[in-house]
Design a protein around this ligand. Structure first.
Ligand SMILES: [Zn+2]
Length: 354
């Protein structure tokens, strides 16, 4: 048996003993080292199950209770008979997307938009908050020697930001507005710095998060409760507005401001998961040829790009880790801390096996 943190329902997560999973063909068994707690985990905890399946998931055939943890690094401890290109002892990070590989979206490379998509740590196949997890061989990426297992647990959230920038029209030198200074907004700021943004403007209310945004490289940090965001962004961006904006906040007022803070031809990229529907004024898009687009997680290639950027020193996300806890402290010191003291925390890592 092994220890695993499992989600049962709203405000009900339990550390329990479960069966150790078996490693089959095409699979690898990973011993998780560090696992981050994500905003999605908190949403499930506070109001779930939302995306966690309460009827059998079409691919995993599993349903709640399920093991949590989809942002993790670890060490390969077993490989399937037919797996010859990675060895026991390899240090890896896990790309947790579960996809069928056969639907139209998957065939066109959009595994992140699979008709049946799910995530390790949310939809079955175990998760990073357990002592052992079995995943497909192609879900693991080897960590470069100069990148630690701790940092490798940050690859997943950073890959979300990296991918959003990749599929946006962002070019080096562009002026960018980022809505929200939470973990994803801060990851966007770091990736923008690494990729040569001209001006990076963050809109955030919470004082702790404003400080983090500056620390990670934002050139301007505005407060939507005090500043006129549209006027200030235009002024900072040569009177014209931002080339690209990234919404990592998901609130109506921010959406309205971001559209108007874009220059003609500018693009607003939505990364946020919205709790309710928003309204949009299409004329604001129409008359300035602005665009509004959505992005979902990451695709093949993004994990390797982020690992390369970490190895080369282009990305230095160490200070995103604001606390490390043990697996038996996940609810009290992890979930509850992130909910009650979110201003002072970016990423809490669970030390599963140091
Ligand atoms: Zn598919």
């Amino acid at each position: 048996m092994m220890k695993a943190v499992r989600f049962y329902g709203q405000k009900d997560i339990r550390l329990e003993d479960v069966e150790v999973p078996k490693c089959g063909k095409g699979q690898v068994k990973v011993k998780p080292a560090y696992c981050g707690i994500c905003g999605t985990d908190l949403h499930e905890y506070l109001g779930g199950a939302n995306i966690m399946p309460t009827t059998p998931h079409p691919i995993t055939k599993e349903k709640v209770p399920l093991t949590l943890g989809h942002e993790f690094s670890g060490i390969i401890e077993e490989v399937g008979d037919d797996v010859h290109d990675i060895k026991v002892g390899a240090r890896v990070t896990v790309q947790p997307i579960i996809y069928d590989g056969t639907c139209g979206a998957c065939k066109e490379g959009y595994i992140n938009c699979c008709d049946k998509n799910g995530f390790v740590g949310l939809s079955g196949w175990g998760g990073g908050l357990s002592e052992h997890v079995v995943v497909p061989r192609n879900a693991v990426y080897e960590i470069p020697e100069n990148v630690s297992l701790e940092i490798a647990a940050l690859v997943e959230p950073i890959a979300v930001a990296w991918h959003a920038i990749n599929i946006s029209p962002f070019k080096k030198g562009d002026s960018v507005l980022v809505l929200g200074g939470g973990p994803i907004g801060l990851a966007v700021v770091q990736c923008l710095v690494a990729r040569g943004a001209g001006k990076i403007i963050v809109s955030e209310v919470a004082s702790g998060r404003k400080e983090f945004a500056k620390q990670f490289g934002a050139h301007y940090v505005l407060d939507p409760s005090k500043d006129d965001i549209v006027a200030r962004v235009r002024e900072i961006c040569d009177g014209r507005g931002a080339n690209v904006a990234f919404d990592a906040a998901g609130v109506q007022a921010g959406l309205d401001q971001a559209i108007q803070a874009l220059r003609a031809g500018g693009t607003l990229v939505n990364i946020a998961i919205w709790e309710k529907n928003a309204t949009i004024a299409p004329n604001l898009l129409c008359f300035r040829e602005r665009r509004y687009m959505g992005v979902a997680t990451y695709q093949a290639g993004d994990f390797q790009d982020v690992l390369n950027a970490l190895s080369s020193g282009q990305l230095k996300p160490e200070s995103m880790i604001t606390k490390k806890i043990q697996i038996d402290e996940v609810e009290e010191s992890g979930f509850k801390t992130l909910i009650n003291d979110k201003d002072n925390h970016v990423k809490i890592l669970v030390v599963v096996s140091p």
